[in-house]
Design a protein around this ligand. Sequence first.
Ligand code: S3P
Length: 455
Amino acid sequence: MLSMTDTPSNAHTALRLKAVQHGPLSGNAKIPGDKSISHRSLMFGALAEGETVIHGLLEGEDVHATAQAMRELGAQITRDANGTWRAKGVGIGNLQQPKTNLEMGNSGTSTRLLMGLVATHPITATFTGDASLTKRPMGRIITPLTPMGATFEASEGGRLPLTVHGTDEGQPTHYHLPIASAQVKSAIMLAALNTVGTTTIIEDHPTRDHSENMLRYFGADIKTTSQEGGATTITIEGKPSLKAGTINVPSDPSSAAFPVVAALINQGSEITCNHIGMSPTRNGIYTTLQEMGADISIENARSEGGEPIADIIVRGTATLRGIDVPASRVPSMIDEFPILAMAAACAKGTTRMTGLAELRVKESDRLLVVAEGLKACGVNLEMGEDSLTIHGTGTPPQGGATIDAHLDHRIAMSFLILSTVTEKPITIDDASPIKTSFPDFVDLMNGLGARIETD
Ligand code: S3P
């Protein structure tokens, strides 16, 4: 068995992996906890009064970075032997000055949300990250937090390493998001918690709303109203008293998308993924795959802790067909374009994806890395500034390329999934970042019948 856990991100050895064809997949895929909800469980638990108990936390490197940062900021975060996590909170306004830099590894979500948290506490904190994270823009967080009273010393281009000087006299703000970003929205919401008064955020396109739902559950006063034309106004009252609670983290719909697409492109497969988060702000990939003709049944739809949950049954029964993906759907599947591109490369006909500018500033420039990688595998495509058009033939591409994953977990997993059906195996130069979000990916896929191995 390949072990993908416990290698510190700053000292990792490259893990070259490939997948070889190995027939249909079957079984139950136990998908790990939702990454976005896991980060927020630890952060909000650390701010609440009392002990928050978290079941099903994602134990990936990104979430470990958040856990460690919350400890540095004064919360007690522990893990029981049975995998239950506990956060003993300090109460809003009571975070402490960290003694060391906050090491964020590969995690943009940890960095951006915690910048918001620190901004309205009298704390100075320096955020550092790996070679991927230090390329990512933080100006989008600095801009709204500056009028709230924080000051910043960033590296060139508004990047990490970056120091936040927070204030205990934060000012409420009124901010219209210029980009569809749940990270920016959440950073402002976190800053608003320790700020007297009402903070207002307007988003033109709905992005994942876990911060809103979870903070409400913890007792914050948050109102969401829909405007004519589709925009949403979110108001948050400062200085709430957050009360600890119990959280059951749903399984991550973004992680589930990898075995789901694998089952769809390996004819004759049938897999089940239980307890998957099905928030309409997250499930665009499933709608899109169904429009491509995928046999996906969403069953046992239910609600848990304010989040919609369902079980998914996927059968690889038909060749997918190319479609136009509406740009309005992009925020609800922002992390799924690399894996969708793999499905499109196996589909019959043309798949057009537009409105993808944000893909260029993820863990890698996903638009470029996907386009170059697929081209090297023999796929006919065109890439624009913010668009990707893939012409599928209805049979898997040839493969045979080596992909530079650029420290991007989703690039590594996407090409490994494609490699399960290509004539020649695709090699990933370094698949170790998979452990940021899906530590058991290789064992899980191989347990379903794939063959992913070291190269
Ligand atoms: C996330 C929001 C998204 C997503 C990221 C997780 C979150 O980023 O890409 O993986 O947990 O808030 P943006 O909000 O910047 O698009």
